[in-house]
Write a protein that binds this ligand. Structure first.
Ligand code: PLP
Length: 229
């Protein structure tokens, strides 16, 4: 079907309506308040026009997984939409910590002391205070970033007491294969026993399950913007 003459923003607005309905229904079904679940629109690889469509539709929370890509797309958008909140959801290297602290309002992938230290130093130098999330490698996958579940309590304690960091939440990316719910439940359990309220979990394929298990932030990309290339 030809899409000529159709407003390219329309499918994004329509998809966003559908996602919000599904979030509301999941919240209702699972006894949650939908206002406690924030939609993070994941805009990695999405061109600025697509992001603009989501902003026009009223979205204000966005996720990017690469510092450099976000630096290319976001400074102008943030100038235009000062209340937009940008989350880093991809791995961070310590040499990019200052750039990440300067641009992002939340850093979702703190997973080793070297990164926590670099972020802490950049925060002190800049005076900026992005919200910090610790990434947990709930599946103990060797190729994946994140703190091992059994090391999580000590790591969180180190971030708090040695670096004075406030940990806003935890995030995870469960393994591709197998049951997902144990991973969301594990993340929620680690958060609970450490007195942490934020839970960034759930993507296009599984955000309703994440809401059932306590997600406060669901990170949805392809269900809004279409497949990535
Ligand atoms: C890409 C990405 C998402 C969004 O994934 P979709 O399946 O497109 O919704 C969420 N979280 C992280 C960390 C990502 O890299």
């Amino acid at each position: 079907m030809s899409t000529e003459g159709i407003d390219p923003a329309e499918p994004i607005a329509t998809a966003l309506d559908a996602i919000h309905s599904r979030i509301a229904r999941a919240a209702r079904d699972f006894g949650r308040d939908a206002r406690d679940v924030r939609l993070v629109c994941v805009t990695k690889t999405v061109p600025v026009e697509g992001i603009r469509a989501a902003l026009t539709a009223g979205e204000r929370v966005f996720g990017e997984n690469r510092v450099q890509e976000a630096q290319a797309k976001w400074p102008a958008l943030k100038a235009e939409y000062p209340d937009a909140e940008l989350h880093l959801i991809g791995p961070l290297q310590s040499n990019k910590a200052a750039a990440a602290v300067a641009l992002f309002d939340a850093i979702g992938t703190i997973d080793r002391l070297k990164i926590a230290e670099a972020v802490s130093a950049a925060m002190q130098r800049s005076g900026r205070r992005p919200k910090l999330y610790v990434e947990i490698n709930t599946g103990n996958e060797p190729q994946k970033a994140g703190v091992a579940p059994e090391a999580a309590d000590l790591f969180i304690e180190d971030c708090r007491s040695r670096l004075g960091l406030k940990i806003e939440g935890l995030m995870c990316i469960p393994p591709q294969l197998g049951l997902i719910s144990p991973h969301f439940a594990l993340l929620a359990a680690i958060a609970r026993r450490n007195g942490i309220t934020g839970l960034s979990m759930g993507m296009s394929a599984d955000f309703e399950l994440a809401i059932q298990l306590g997600a406060t932030h669901v990170r949805v990309g392809s269900a809004i913007f279409g497949g990535r290339h």
